[in-house]
Design a protein around this ligand. Structure first.
Ligand SMILES: NC(=O)c1ccc[n+]([C@@H]2O[C@H](COP(=O)([O-])OP(=O)(O)OC[C@H]3O[C@@H](n4cnc5c(N)ncnc54)[C@H](OP(=O)(O)O)[C@@H]3O)[C@@H](O)[C@H]2O)c1
Length: 271
């Protein structure tokens, strides 16, 4: 164990959705903490570009192209990483997000097409479960490993218009606890599973919902900030410290928790 409890030196980390807003910040953050980072995303060029960016900043990174909903691709990605780097210590499940077609802000929820509901449910829930089982299996064989899932305020508070997303994120909270208990009992204390629940961050998937074309805030964005005691949106770097801590020896006795990183949104009753 390093003297620096928070160091990730020599650990091999996979970040799904590693080219996204939060996944990208986490990939860079874990590399800065001296982990080797596998940037896993469905777009090859974007994954290679992000890995190159990390290497350019002095970190160690490889690009992996895979769809988190394709079990064969995820297992292949895992096997490739094990063949090239010998182990996998950390999995961050950052692929996910809402999809526009599944929203019900401007229509009754009954009018959301079932396939849109299923798509957003699958992306967020299956897109976390499949990589966790594939990489978790390798961690079990290894006898150590750390998985971090990405939940949302939608898991515990009602956010209008996003039913499928909310159900998926609530499922992720449950899955995080379930897998934490199962892996610790089966493989011991060095297998840990936790989640963060980010508040509101402006990203590719929600920019149009939060910002008008002229850059001003939408009514939804204003309502979010009114209910966020810190009065601002999160910056992608705001999630890095919590995830680094969860992946490090400093969190050796922490498993099965979902930690809000939300500027106080989930604590506030609105009055
Ligand atoms: N932003 C927020 O305020 C917020 C708040 C709470 C929770 N979260 C959660 O945080 C996670 C990351 O969100 P974000 O805001 O960073 O979103 P983002 O910027 O849209 O990033 C998501 C990344 O995942 C990739 N991806 C999507 N589907 C994939 C698939 N099937 N296989 C592999 N990669 C896939 C995307 O690639 P493409 O570009 O090709 O789609 C993108 O690179 C999500 O789970 C989201 O629900 C976000």
């Amino acid at each position: 164990m390093s003297d620096n409890l928070f160091a990730l030196t020599g650990r091999v980390a996979v970040v799904t959705g590693g080219c996204g807003t939060l996944g990208g910040a986490l990939a860079s953050g874990l590399a800065a903490a001296e982990a080797t980072v596998a940037v896993l995303d469905r777009r090859r060029e974007a994954a290679e570009c992000k890995a190159e960016e990390i290497r350019g900043s002095g970190g160690d990174a490889v690009a992996i192209t895979a769809d988190v909903l394709d079990e064969a691709q995820i297992r292949r990605a895992r096997d490739e990483l094990l063949a090239s780097r010998g182990r996998v210590d950390i999995l961050i499940n950052a692929a996910g997000g809402h999809i526009e077609r599944a929203r019900s802000d401007a229509r009754p929820v009954f009018d959301v097409p079932l396939d849109a509901f299923e798509e957003v449910l699958r992306l967020n829930l299956h897109g976390t479960v499949l990589p966790s089982l594939a990489f978790g299996e390798a961690m079990g064989r290894q006898g150590s490993g750390c998985i971090v899932c990405i939940s949302s305020m939608a898991a515990v508070r009602v956010l209008s218009g996003v039913l499928g997303y909310s159900i998926a994120k609530a499922g992720i909270d449950n899955f995080t606890r379930w897998l934490a208990v199962d892996l610790a009992r089966r493989y011991g204390e060095k297998l840990r599973v936790n989640a963060i629940a980010p508040g509101f961050f402006i990203s590719a998937q929600n920019r149009e919902v939060l910002l008008n074309p002229d850059g001003s805030r939408t009514a939804r964005a204003q309502a979010i900030l009114t209910h966020t005691p810190m009065g601002r949106f999160g910056e992608p770097r705001d999630v890095v410290g919590t995830v680094q801590w969860l992946c490090s020896d400093a969190a050796a006795f922490v498993t099965g928790v979902v930690i809000p990183v939300d500027g106080g949104f989930s604590a506030f009753g609105g009055v």
